[in-house]
Design a protein around this ligand. Structure first.
Ligand code: AHR
Length: 507
């Protein structure tokens, strides 16, 4: 009976996937699983950083130990800081040296609050060391100077005693350089970063990038140009045409899943139409990457310049009663769907996408962690990032996918999304998402190439799309063992419940 059921599922599976396990050649750069932390709302202050005199919340030099631990478990490979829009107002020299002497500033983009600069370069880079993440510094171009950026690179990367900046670093308590490789040269230069035209920004970029140079041990910096917003393809065209690849290692792209910038809707109280719209906008990432990559291919057929999606995620109205400038939102299983489909898109485009940074890590937008006093919760998005971290630095396995549609009214979307990889130990993982909130999906997967004996899995799902983890019920949504996959003759039969994310491990 069991056998018959299996056979019939394979014959009549609505969705069919063929994975070529012996044709993988591109590596899924682990930095695709990167994060972003801005001086915005309660991301840094009252989020990561609770102050180095705090005796109530356990911390290391002011950074919460529980957050460090959770992010270590997540295997965060890279963390972008200090913005976002904030980056182009940031004067890094105000954030080093004795804290009581640091000048304050107004955070003009995010709530007009006073920024006391108590969390600065040392705090951030030491924190990255604690969690084992590479730092990605976003430099001020919009209101900065070339000299300030030269000084910053020397301050963090110069050999001890090699320059006034490295001497200053030592005076401020850090002898050895942090060796920061990844640098953003401005942020959203077309908007909050200076409202520049692409031709103008390309010139400015060339100037800044020229003087950043290499660092003392001869290593090359990885410089990321401020990229397009969504479908501004002309921006990418101009930058690729005007900036030589000797000056640019990456070009950014920002894309948020939003219902309507003037009516974003609640993060938790939404209807299926709103859900459909958000997922459609998240899935647009595929078209954006494809079309920006096509432009990049024209100028850089060898794919030396990376596409860096250094801001992505769902964006809703702030939680009622919270500061509108703080962008604090809850996180439902809908956000898990956004994360699952987007990461599959990145994995499948890993030949060009070398880094991505979810916006933002703690208490802002599609956060992986929310805090309240001494408590933290892991959001459904956290769990997806954790389940998917098996793909980090693994070889992407190409696949063909035939999926049914998720239909709402006259509109439809592909119901199933997938990606697969083989890690350094030869273990194959497949990540699958069913965005349909009411229909489960039968999927037949044919594994071509390698022979497998069995399969195990984990699933993240919820009965209702609006469910989330609250401080009262922090483990409402968490990954559990998935028993819905069977392997027979190297063929997998899977039943994927509605609105679920599954990661399979093949032995
Ligand atoms: O992530 C929030 C903001 O969104 C960033 O500061 C900015 O770069 C983008 O517009």
């Amino acid at each position: 009976m069991g056998f018959l059921l299996l056979v019939s599922m394979q014959v009549f599976a609505q969705n069919e996937i063929v994975i070529n396990t012996d044709l993988g050649k591109e590596i899924i750069n682990k930095n695709i699983y990167g994060h972003f932390a801005e001086h915005l709302g309660n991301c840094i202050y009252n989020g990561f950083y609770v102050g180095d005199t705090n005796k109530i919340i356990p911390n290391t030099n002011g950074v919460r130990n529980d957050i460090i631990q959770a992010l270590k478990e997540l295997k965060v490979p890279v963390l972008r800081w200090p913005g976002g829009c904030f980056a182009d107002t940031y004067q890094w020299k105000d954030g080093v040296g004795p804290k009581e002497k640091r000048p304050a500033m107004v955070n003009r983009w995010w709530g007009g609050v006073t920024e006391d600069n108590s969390f600065g370069t040392h705090d951030f880079l030491n924190m990255c060391e604690l969690m084992g993440a590479a730092p990605y510094l976003a430099a001020n171009v919009g209101s900065g100077t070339v000299q300030n950026l030269i000084d910053w690179t020397q301050y963090v990367n110069g050999k001890p005693g090699s320059s006034p900046m490295s001497k200053w670093r030592t005076e401020n308590g850090r002898e050895n350089p942090w060796n920061v490789k990844i640098w953003g040269v401005g942020n959203e230069a077309w908007g909050c970063g200076g409202n520049m035209k692409p031709e103008y920004y390309a010139n400015i970029y060339r100037q800044y990038a020229t003087f950043m140079g290499d660092w003392n041990n001869g290593e090359h910096l990885f410089r990321v140009a401020s990229g397009s917003s969504g479908n501004d393809y002309n921006w990418t065209e101009v930058l690729m045409r005007e900036i030589p690849s000797s000056l640019m290692e990456g070009i950014a792209l920002h894309h948020y899943a939003v219902i309507d910038w003037n009516a974003k809707g609640s993060a938790t109280a939404f209807d299926e139409k709103q859900y459909f719209t958000i997922i459609r906008n998240a899935l647009q990432m595929n078209e954006l990457i494809t079309r920006h990559s096509t432009i990049m291919d024209k100028y850089d057929p060898k794919k030396k310049v990376a596409l860096v999606v250094d801001e992505w995620g769902g964006w809703y109205d702030v939680e009622p009663g919270t500061n509108p400038g703080f962008l604090y939102q809850q996180n439902t299983i809908r956000d898990a769907m956004i994360a699952g489909v987007t990461l599959n898109i990145f994995n499948n485009h890993c030949e060009r996408v070398k880094m991505a940074n979810l916006a933002q890590t703690v208490n802002v937008l599609q956060a992986v962690i929310l805090t309240k006093g001494s408590a933290i919760i892991k959001t459904p998005t956290y769990h997806v990032m954790e389940m998917y971290n098996v793909h980090q630095d693994a070889t992407m396995l190409p696949m063909n996918i035939k999926t049914t549609d998720y239909v709402l009214g006259n509109e439809k979307l592909p119901a199933v999304s997938a990606s697969a990889s083989k890690d350094k130990d030869g273990i194959t993982h497949i990540s699958l998402v069913n965005i349909d909130p009411s229909k489960s999906q039968d999927i037949a997967i044919e594994m071509r190439g390698e022979k497998y004996a069995g399969v195990t899995g984990k699933i993240l799902t919820a009965k209702k799309l609006q469910e989330y983890n609250s401080f009262e019920n922090p483990e409402n949504i968490k990954p559990v063992v998935f028993n819905g996959a069977k392997m027979t003759n190297n063929k997998l039969s899977i039943q994927l419940p509605p609105n679920s994310v599954v990661v399979l491990t093949l032995h």
